[in-house]
Design a protein around this ligand. Structure first.
Ligand SMILES: Nc1ncnc2c1ncn2[C@@H]1O[C@H](COP(=O)(O)OP(=O)(O)OP(=O)(O)O)[C@@H](O)[C@H]1O
Ligand SMILES: [Mg+2]
Length: 414
């Protein structure tokens, strides 16, 4: 290839390529200038938080809705505007955004909050109580509003079976006469509230904000806004855009999924050197996005969830029908013993099964056995092959895939 030809390739990429003008607009973390169909949520959240501008206390707020319904983007949008307004008017409002799933532990969440107030705290080593004292002192001396967003808040409580952090946070104001804290909790687990201590719930849920799934038309508007700037003119077929919206709406009104479909469709077309992005590219994108999602979720599962999933897999391949929780637990124990791993309690396992269900890796359905109570019927929600290939390079778990545990019909164990 000539120097010129090569230059052309680079230039094309620099200018965004033939398909994209600026693909960054389709990234998840891009903040659009407007958020179509979330005017109501923006206004509600804005009015709940506005008193912070005049140092008045705000109510705690709990926002929930399924994945990709705009909870994170709306919250960041409103906080961002609020902070700008505060700055323009010389008001002190501190804010902190923490993703609890990424932070991982109570300690790291509070440490993050302390740091947001300029406190220097070590990454480990202090007692959580000590961290709380520092947070309280920092607030007391600042005499200002501190708005805290705890995104994916359910991850904290589920991981540790412990909502003391939330309890302490929502009660912190009672012992302050200087500054104060307002907590905005966000969760996409609609059952999360059932996990909480009623005292935490009543305090955190002073205000509630619901994010409904987007309809296909709403997704279309959202995508269209972003696509107009992201794609070169005339490249994106309207039918392709409609299909992305319809597919994502069919699932659960997930804007993230819609954006992914659009971006991947563009990339597939780009690689094939197409001049237009059509419905056929969206169909291909759908397969790729689904495959990537499942692979990603599976490869990030912790050990016990992996063993549990293999138990479901074994049961399903032995019986070709769904299994009840008790059977899954039996097989799970068998596998743990084969792998010399200490099994978790049945209660913890039920929690893990719930998580797998929410992630769509298994499908669980509650069934009633009359006076014998209730149980869950469980099926694999993904292809067995996907599980096998995702766990293939985990040596311990790979062994279990080949192991025939006791308690399976037609299998005698080895
Ligand atoms: N109304 C909207 N306008 C423009 N983009 C949107 C809108 N709603 C969502 N998005 C985009 O969709 C993606 C997902 O939104 P967001 O991250 O807010 O979802 P979420 O409700 O927090 O989901 P999860 O529960 O999985 O965290 C983001 O990239 C966001 O920019
Ligand atoms: Mg989010």
């Amino acid at each position: 290839m000539s120097q010129q030809g090569l230059d052309l390739i680079f230039e094309q990429i620099l200018s965004g390529g033939l398909v994209f003008r600026d693909r960054n607009l389709l990234r998840h973390d891009y903040m659009p200038a407007t958020l179509p169909h979330r005017e109501e949520q923006i206004r509600r959240l804005g009015s709940v938080l506005a008193p912070a501008l005049s140092r008045e206390r705000v109510s705690n707020l709990f926002a929930y809705g399924k994945t990709g319904t705009g909870k994170t983007i709306v919250t960041r949008f409103v906080l961002d505007r609020l902070q700008r307004k505060a700055k323009d008017h010389g008001r002190a409002v501190d804010t902190s955004y923490v993703n609890c799933r990424l932070a991982g532990t109570n300690y790291r969440v509070i440490a993050d909050l302390c740091r947001a107030l300029g406190e220097d705290v070590p990454f480990t080593g202090l007692a959580v109580g000590e961290l709380f004292d520092r947070l309280r002192n920092a607030l007391q001396s600042r005499e200002s509003a501190f708005l805290v967003v705890l995104d994916e808040i359910d991850a904290l409580v589920k991981r540790s079976d412990d909502d003391s952090l939330l309890y302490e946070l929502t009660r912190i104001n009672e012992r302050l006469d200087g500054g104060w804290i307002g907590v905005i909790g966000i969760s996409n687990d609609l059952h999360f509230k059932d996990f909480l201590d009623p005292r935490v719930l009543s305090s955190l849920g002073e205000e509630e904000l619901v994010f409904k799934p987007y309809s296909s038309e709403e997704l279309y508007d959202i995508l269209k806004d972003r696509a107009e700037q992201a794609f070169q003119e005339g490249v994106l077929d309207d039918g392709a855009l409609r299909l992305c919206s319809a597919l994502a709406a069919g699932e659960h009104g997930d804007a993230r999924r819609a954006l992914d479909l659009l971006r991947v469709a563009g990339e597939i077309g780009e690689r094939a050197k197409e001049e237009r992005i059509l419905e056929s590219h969206v169909r291909m994108a759908q397969q790729k996005v689904e495959h990537d999602r499942v692979t990603e979720v599976l490869s990030s599962l912790p050990l016990h969830s992996r063993i549990l999933l293999i138990s479901v897999l074994h049961l399903e391949s032995a019986r070709k029908e769904s299994s009840v929780t008790g059977d899954v637990y039996e097989v799970y124990r068998g596998l743990c013993s084969a792998a010399a791993v200490e099994p978790l309690t049945q209660r913890r396992i039920s929690g893990l099964l719930n998580e797998l269900d929410i992630m769509g890796i298994i499908n669980a359905r509650v069934v009633s056995f009359g006076r014998y109570g209730r149980t869950k019927k469980i099926r694999l929600g993904v292809e067995p092959q996907a599980v096998k290939s995702a766990f293939g390079n985990d040596e311990l778990v790979r062994g279990l895939l080949e192991y025939a545990p006791r308690g399976l019909p037609g299998h005698q164990g080895r």
